[in-house]
Design a protein around this ligand. Structure first.
Ligand code: SF4
Length: 69
């Protein structure tokens, strides 16, 4: 299991085994939290999250967990 945890104002977990790198979260996030690195999404700007939950809804493989969504 390759679950990466990003903690700050919010907590986002990305299951890199499920992430297929299609970038839906990158495209949908209004505050540009995510970045693709080597084909996997990273929540590198987790503190910019406004808790809209769009990334959780948009991910086609359900790879993103968000503590408030
Ligand atoms: S919950 Fe909204 S603001 Fe936060 S990372 Fe996901 S898409 Fe971006």
């Amino acid at each position: 299991m390759a679950i990466k945890k990003y903690e700050g104002i919010v907590t986002i977990e990305i299951d890199e085994d499920k992430c297929n790198g299609d970038g839906e979260c990158v495209n949908v996030c209004p505050t540009n939290v995510f970045e693709l690195q080597e084909g996997k999404s990273k929540a590198i700007r987790v503190d910019d999250c406004i808790e809209c939950c769009a990334c959780v809804d948009a991910c086609p493989t359900k790879a993103i967990k968000h503590h408030s969504c």
